[in-house]
Design a protein around this ligand. Sequence first.
Ligand SMILES: [Zn+2]
Length: 185
Amino acid sequence: MELTEEQQKKLQEKLKNLSPEQMQELIKQQCIFCKIISGEIPAKKVLETNNTIAFLDINPANPGHVIVVPKAHHQILPQIPDSEILDLFNSVKKIASAAFEAVDAKGVNILQNNGPAAGQEVPHVHVHVIPRFDEDNFSFTWEPKKLKEEQFDEIQKRILSKIPSSMEKIETALEEKGEVKPRLP
Ligand SMILES: [Zn+2]
């Protein structure tokens, strides 16, 4: 259905006036995984817990390819509250083992994409569990990027600065090895 210019303007005005909660509700109404969770769209479910469901991927990379999702609509992994992460990854672990055995696989890949640049197609956090077979023509190999020692050091420093709880532990270990100068008292 094409909207007239007038209708588009009205729609944009309406969207601008939505509260964050209303906006979240609207996003949920459009989300294919939320529709699977609510039962509006059928899916071949293979696991359900209080916070998580898992179902067969309709476009599987291999037989036994399962998608595991939190029931709450979060777009990317960092948005999931810590209290829901354990349930999600417990489910991933269960599915990895069950799918592996169900299709008599030789290995399993766990794949979790965040953002379009990473190949995320549905904006609702999901974890792919992909059983693997010898020579199944599916590859995760890449051409390694060449980084200098200083670049590794800089990246390590920047990541650590975002995680203060491990910064101290790791810096202390490096000081003990004499790899960084002791911090001032
Ligand atoms: Zn959703």
